[in-house]
Write a protein that binds this ligand. Structure first.
Ligand SMILES: Cc1ncc(COP(=O)(O)O)c(C=O)c1O
Length: 475
């Protein structure tokens, strides 16, 4: 199909969406009830059920599905996606091409912390896109340095990473971890020029990315097996297992990478005792400690960094960030101590796009706002609202809900059952929510979400759980 025809199809879907603005809720009901009149009772009731849902997934004969199917032959099938197609966002809402709003408890996997299409960020994007987008790292620009300085100042002010000294800016979380792994290897090589100190330790249920280095640090067979063998020199331990540390982290270890709160792995929180013991063990063997705060950092826990509560003795040598750093614009950063930086020489590492003035100016605005003390206090207040609803859900579904984990606005609700039907039922009622780990519902909404929006989303979730777990059984 030609680009022009595809363009016309997208235009047609969006025009339908414009027409349906006047009566979006009625659209399905009207067509469904007409179509249903001559059908067998079972199909009729299925259609009526769909019609009664505000956001029932687009059916196979919808314009959305036709558009999805017309694009599919051209896309590497790396993702399984639900049927709706999203085309615009504002604040905590995102709209599908049929113009139906969804309250977004996912924020693009912990990315849109300041909400969708934040006007201040849009303005900055526009301004900077007219000024300078990219000139490469062959030359200086005002924003890579300004962002680096701000990240260091805000990190020190926040009480986290006491020796934060310098920043390497890149384009994604995987790349931030890739730099961290390479920097740890360089530190190991500097300490032991024979190359024996090269091992990287990470933990089960962690997620550090999809590039070969960050994937080698992500011991999940689902992600690693198709691309094996992994890089040599990676070892895996059990999260929060202090007793295993002496055998796991040895004189051959150059670096240890850990998420203070595991996101993808199920919202598992590292204990202070474990992180203190890990830091101590790294000091004993001369290994670099890397905290991956790509998902849990930048205000999500109610602190600028998730590890800010830890005593200084447990602070890392390297801290990685991405996701919320660009609020959707691709950017990542690796923050290191001056000690680590002193081992990195000109030419050791680099990137074409990383540190471009557009991304760095955007991130500069975002860091300024996400480091705001009031925003962080509000995150903790919003956590209380979520937790109140979790208590209620537990009372309603005592056999289904096992546990709540997490801090601030990175929260996990551990179920005894597969949460996928709940995710679908919530979506069809106008709420986007994601899973993680094993049977865990993950709550990572925009940090700017209002208490009313939390109430609304949790009411939808309650209805979805009612539907999934209390549905009358057919005999
Ligand atoms: C903790 C953590 N580290 C690294 C990554 C990889 O980031 P990216 O997908 O931007 O490469 C992710 C992504 O989910 C993550 O959650």
């Amino acid at each position: 199909m030609s680009a022009r025809v595809i363009g016309q199809r997208i235009g047609a879907v969006l025009r339908t969406q414009q027409q349906s603005i006047a009566s979006p809720a009625k659209r399905y009901y009207a067509s469904a009830s007409t179509a249903a009149s001559n059908l067998p009772a079972s199909e009729k009731s299925a259609i009526e059920r769909e019609a009664s849902l505000p956001n029932s997934d687009p059916p196979s004969d919808s314009q959305t599905t036709r558009l999805v199917n017309s694009h599919a032959p051209f896309m590497v099938p790396t993702y399984v996606r639900p049927p709706p197609m999203f085309h615009k966002g504002e604040g905590c809402y995102i709209w599908d091409v049929e113009n139906r709003p969804y309250l977004d408890f996912t924020s693009g996997i912990a990315v849109n912390s300041l909400g969708h299409c934040d006007p201040e960020i849009s303005q900055i994007m526009f301004q900077q896109s007219k000024t300078l987008v990219h000139a490469s790292n062959l030359y200086y620009n005002p924003w890579t340095g300004a962002l680096s300085q701000l990240l260091i100042e805000k990190t020190r002010e926040s009480g986290a990473m006491k020796d934060a000294g310098k920043v390497f800016v890149c384009n994604s979380g995987s790349e931030a971890n890739e730099a961290a792994i390479k920097f740890a290897r360089k530190c190991g090589r500097t300490a032991q020029p024979d190359g024996s100190k090269h091992e990287i330790v990470s933990f089960h249920n962690s997620f550090h990315g999809r590039t070969m280095g960050s994937l080698s640090a992500t011991p999940n067979p689902k992600y690693q097996k198709p691309f094996s063998p992994m890089l040599p020199g990676f070892r895996y331990g059990t999260f929060n297992d202090i007793a295993a540390l002496p055998e796991l982290v040895t004189k051959n270890t150059c670096g240890v990478i850990i998420e203070p709160i595991q996101g993808e792995g199920g919202v598992n929180v590292a204990t202070h005792e474990f992180l203190l013991a890990l830091r101590k063990r790294c000091n004993e063997v001369g290994a670099v400690l890397i905290y991956d705060e790509i998902q849990c950092g930048l205000g999500r826990t109610g602190k600028f960094w998730a590890h800010a509560d830890l005593p200084a003795e447990a602070h890392p040598d390297i801290l990685t960030t991405a996701k919320a750093l660009g609020n959707g614009f691709p950017i990542g950063a690796t923050i290191v101590t001056d000690e680590v930086s002193s081992k990195i020489m000109t030419g050791d590492h680099g990137t074409t796009f990383g540190g471009n003035p557009l991304g760095c100016r955007i991130a500069h605005n975002i860091v300024t706002r996400l480091s705001d003390a009031q925003l962080q206090k509000d995150v903790l207040k919003k956590e209380v609202v979520f937790r109140k609803h979790f208590v209620r859900l537990h009372e309603m579904f005592p056999d289904v809900i096992k546990e709540v984990r997490g801090r601030g606005l990175i929260l996990g609700l551990q179920l005894n059952a597969d949460p996928t039907p709940v995710v679908t039922a919530a979506r069809e009622r106008g709420l986007l929510i994601i899973t993680c780990g094993t049977n865990t519902l993950r709550f990572v909404p925009p940090l700017v979400i209002s208490e009313e929006e939390i109430e609304k989303g949790m009411t939808i979730l309650e209805e979805a759980m009612e539907f999934v777990f209390r549905r009358p059984v057919k005999v």
